[in-house]
Write a protein that binds this ligand. Structure first.
Ligand code: IPM
Ligand code: MG
Length: 356
């Protein structure tokens, strides 16, 4: 029987409650598909600051490296908002992505048929379907570039630097092209090459890598135009390849088209199959502990883990199907709709287990 060790980073806010539902679903999938899972807990973000004074303790990095995959809830909250930038919970999240070499962030945005009513975008604009994959570079760019503050002649200023090396662009481009080849064979690279030098290098490099993938149709789009096209005609996109910061912004936008940011999962991958899986939403401290959190993005992150790291595509598909069915029976408050039972985070987790 296959056995996996998963490091669980529950994090802050709603993190613990959504992760508990996701591991429950993974346990149910393990029973059903004949594999076993051991979980090891480690600390990240605010909970790690409170316990150790450090948002990313070395033990957490070691635990992640010693496991098959990592499941993460969310980090951050008002309690830690006044800490200096390099001591904030978010620093732990950026640090773990970097320490594990997870340069490729896959963020699928799909329309669940049962959720169409929850999308703020008109049905005729969404069209028959929306199934796009944001491939976001995750360990470079302005998130990790030179930054600082200085005072010159009594005037204070602050700066952050967007820098990409050629190998960084090449490797993320290859991930996106490989995916496009297996999907709709369309790739749109998003940049700001009319203004930024780093985007010009990005665009040239993507054009060169594209020659290795003659079957994939490539286009380039400026990020401002892309933000507009996403709400004008989301169906035109298959794979969106972009930088760390543009991917952060565009993936939130794409998620909302699908109804709720509480629905979207993500995978962060490195050179091998190892990965860290997390919902794209934050820690929502305002609803933590109220039972109102939507666990589906984290449950779908487990499905991505089964697909991309654990090589169990059938179990992954079964979870997706169970989530679709659950959506036609019950809703958490963020996607509440007339006529369907409103459930808590835990009840939603139970329902997905039951339908699996
Ligand atoms: C995300 C989040 C993080 C990011 C924050 C919490 C640092 O917004 O995963 O999209 O910007 O990458
Ligand atoms: Mg974000």
């Amino acid at each position: 029987m296959k056995h996996f060790t998963i490091t669980v980073l529950k994090g802050d806010g709603i993190g613990p409650e959504i992760v508990d539902q996701a591991t429950k679903v993974l346990d149910r999938a393990a029973d059903k598909f004949g594999f076993t899972v051991t979980y090891q807990r480690a600390l990240l973000g605010g909970e790690a600051i409170d316990a150790t004074g450090n948002p990313l303790p070395q033990e957490t990095i070691d635990a992640c490296k010693a496991s098959d995959a990592v499941l993460l809830g969310a980090v951050g909250g008002p309690k830690w908002d006044t800490l200096p930038g390099d001591q904030r919970p978010e620093k732990g999240l950026l640090g773990i992505r970097s320490a594990l070499g997870l340069f490729a962030n896959l963020r699928p945005a799909v329309i669940f048929e049962a959720l169409r009513d929850a999308s703020p975008i008109k049905q005729e604009i969404i069209g028959d379907s929306m199934d796009l994959m944001v491939v976001r570079e995750l360990t470079g760019g302005i998130y990790f570039g030179d930054r600082g503050r200085e005072t010159n002649h009594g005037v204070e200023s602050a700066y952050d630097t967007e820098r990409y090396s050629l190998p960084e662009i090449e490797r993320i481009a290859r991930v996106a092209f490989d995916l496009a080849e297996k999907r709709g064979k369309k790739l749109c690279s998003v940049d700001k090459a009319n203004v930024l030098e780093s985007s010009r290098l990005w665009r040239e490099t993507v054009a060169r890598i594209a020659k290795e993938y003659p079957q994939v149709e490539v286009s380039n789009m400026y990020v401002d135009n892309c933000a507009m096209q996403l709400v004008r005609n989301p169906g035109q996109f298959d794979v969106l390849l972009t930088s760390n910061i543009f991917g952060d912004i565009l993936s939130d936008e794409a998620s909302m088209i699908s109804g709720s940011i509480g629905m979207l999962a993500s995978a962060s991958l490195g050179e091998n199959q190892f990965g860290l899986y997390e919902p794209i939403h934050g820690s929502a401290p305002d609803i933590a502990g109220t039972g109102k959190a939507n666990p589906l993005a984290t449950i779908l992150s487990v499905s991505m883990m089964l697909k991309y790291t654990l090589n169990l595509p059938e179990a992954a598909k079964a979870i997706e199907d169970a989530v679709s069915k659950a959506l036609s029976q019950a809703r958490t408050p963020d996607i509440r709709t007339e006529g369907l039972r409103e459930v808590t985070c835990e009840q939603m987790g139970d329902l997905v287990c039951e339908l699996l």
